[in-house]
Design a binder for this molecule. Sequence first.
Ligand code: MN
Length: 521
Amino acid sequence: MANIQQILKNFKEYNPSGDAELIKRAYEFALRAHQGQKRLSGEDYISHCLAAAKTLVNWRLDSETIAAALLHDIDDTKITSKELKEDFGENISKLVEGCFKLDKIKYQGGERRVENFRKLILATAEDIRVILIKLSDRLHNMKTLSILPKEKQKRIALETLEIYAPIANRLGMGELKGQLEDLSFPYVYPRKYQLLINTIKEKYKERAKYLKNIKEILKKELEKNKVIIADIHSRAKHQYSLYKKLIRYEKDLDKIYDLVALRVIVPDKIEDCYKVLGIIHQLWKPLPGRIKDYIALPKPNGYQSLHTTVFTLDGRIVEIQIRTEKMHRGAEYGVAAHWYYEEEKGLKKYFQKFLPFPQILSPIQQILSPPQTNQKEKLSPHLRIPSKRLNWVRNLQKWQTEKFDSPEEFFKSLKIDFFKNRIFIFTPKGEVIDLPEGATPIDFAYSVHTEIGHHCGGAKIDGKLSSLAQPLQNGQIVEIIPQKNKKPSRDWLRFVKTGLAKKEIKSWLKKQNRTLKNPKN
Ligand code: MN
């Protein structure tokens, strides 16, 4: 179990000038607030807060984030937001309240617009650090999920699998994504999980044993060639991603070459990665078409590595991954790898040393990057860039590449403001509809379905009858009241905001005109 002394000690190791006192103060505050509260497991409630804080220390985050993690559940206590603000100031209470807000959004599954739901989570968080706290919170809740009642287990596991694991993946946190998926898997798909485990148990063991041999041979060969490596280890594929791959390859386990893969980590030179690749290919023949250079062409979430698949002893096939220590850190911790810096000394040194994805600026980025003019502020990002998906990637890349002069500037840049001109509206069934600011119930209706737009007779906002022209607010629940004989009105064009609604209304009116001019008998 995590304890505060250990957390403080580990924090000081990577951040000697950081505000450890703040973390201690947050701990004492949380301890008092949660006094007498127990988790279902019977443990004191504070153990959960400490577990979340410990994870964030592993990711080497700053003192504010860790303090906020210790306080993230005090909305269940008698503490008021005023007290929180008085004791800890604006920054921390904002982070903590961001966590409260996220707790209120619950995913029930089965939504068609699951991508919108992920965006809603990010937009609600406002500061990326709130997401990191939430992820550390979720990791501990998943590890202790077996204590909860069955229905709750399923809902939380599904939310983890479909919302939080993909968010971790977008943030480049590969290890966490794999952990969250594997923890959810048995709850969401219990039978498929059992089936998989029964199939692979022996295979895993046998592969791991075989790779031990291969590892020794490769190690000697690298030594002979005077290549210095930081580490060489084998890693078993995460179960859920194996399951998904098996479905893709029609369940042929023998075609999954990275069931257990070998990983070579070199200290810091990119040339050494290619050198290692060359040595491996002289030793064992590569499988054609399976060499992947994610160093020259990183994955959208920043992942960098060389992958190759080779025929080893007895013609058996093995996948090998090669990367520098910095890339390895980036692959495991993603965006969280950015916090590793000394809080008071600024970020320059940090960026030279630890930026995980230095050359991620690809040609795509250059095309997507808007000109830096004052116009930028006025335009929604969605107007500048046609593809929302690329826009998301672009913003992530921007976090990873921009240079900052001060920590303040750095943190400001991590506010999730790329959704700032968007609002997220719920249908009565809990689906999330993504709309521009100022959108009205008519826009909402057309976003759900054209026919619902055409026959929109009235609207209830949060259960109250409202005008069809009423601008909607983030988080509202909107119910459209359809009327069979209702038709789109030219008036609507005066207040609708989305291009979609305008287009549909105009094309309906046009068609109407044609019918009036050429009436059929
Ligand atoms: Mn919690």
